[in-house]
Design a protein around this ligand. Structure first.
Ligand code: SF4
Length: 199
């Protein structure tokens, strides 16, 4: 990865930590820009930081993060080799869903730039909020579990790991999707998918 892109990503993270662009600024202890490998071919995008993420300033470090860690481990993807972030970088009050204004402002100013600089070939969308706002779709559940191609990037919409906290059976559904994600990721890493040909 070009050094200039790394510098720009770090500048973006500093801007996120001080950001005042939407009403969520007033509720946060810490903004959560995201973390992981800047040169990763795979990016995971969730909904928003929760209580623990807000405390630590890191993504997916609470209970849903434990589920994500377990599933990544079960399929054999190292957390440190991926990049993980959210649609909005600040915690909404009482963990409510981020609204249109908050989501669109944060995506336009930060998430889109992170995607542009990291250039992942595969973006995993964790849950309906990520699917709806990143892909601009009104019926996110219809495309879950299938590859979705847009702007030279493969998107894979799946469930948010938090679903397994309320319904343990959902962990199997997540695991099934993550096995598909692993096989797409391996094809990309082994250059079996030539993206320009693919589109
Ligand atoms: S959620 Fe995003 S746009 Fe809103 S204050 Fe936080 S960083 Fe800024």
């Amino acid at each position: 990865m070009h050094e200039d892109n790394i510098k720009q990503l770090k500048v973006l993270e500093d801007e996120i930590r001080k950001c005042n662009l939407c009403p969520l600024r007033q509720y946060r202890k810490n903004a959560v820009p995201g973390e992981g490998a800047y040169n990763s071919k795979i990016m995971f995008i969730g909904e928003a930081p929760g209580e623990e993420e807000d405390k630590q300033g890191r993504p997916f470090v609470g209970k849903a993060g434990q589920v994500l860690n377990e599933i990544l481990k079960e399929v054999g993807i190292k957390r440190e080799e991926v990049f993980i972030t959210n649609v909005v970088k600040c915690r909404p009050p009482h963990n409510r869903e981020p609204n249109d204004e908050e989501s669109n402002t944060c995506i336009k100013n930060y998430l889109e730039k992170q995607i542009e600089l990291i250039k992942p070939s595969l973006i995993v969308l964790l849950g309906n909020v990520a699917i709806k706002y990143v892909l601009k779709l009104n019926e996110p559940s219809k495309i879950r579990g299938k590859k979705y191609i847009k702007n030279n990037t493969i998107y894979f919409p799946t469930y948010h790991p938090a679903v397994a906290l309320y319904n343990p059976k959902m962990k199997d559904a997540l695991l099934k999707d993550f096995k598909t994600i692993l096989s797409i990721y391996n094809e990309i890493k082994n250059k079996k998918i030539n993206l320009p040909d693919f589109f």
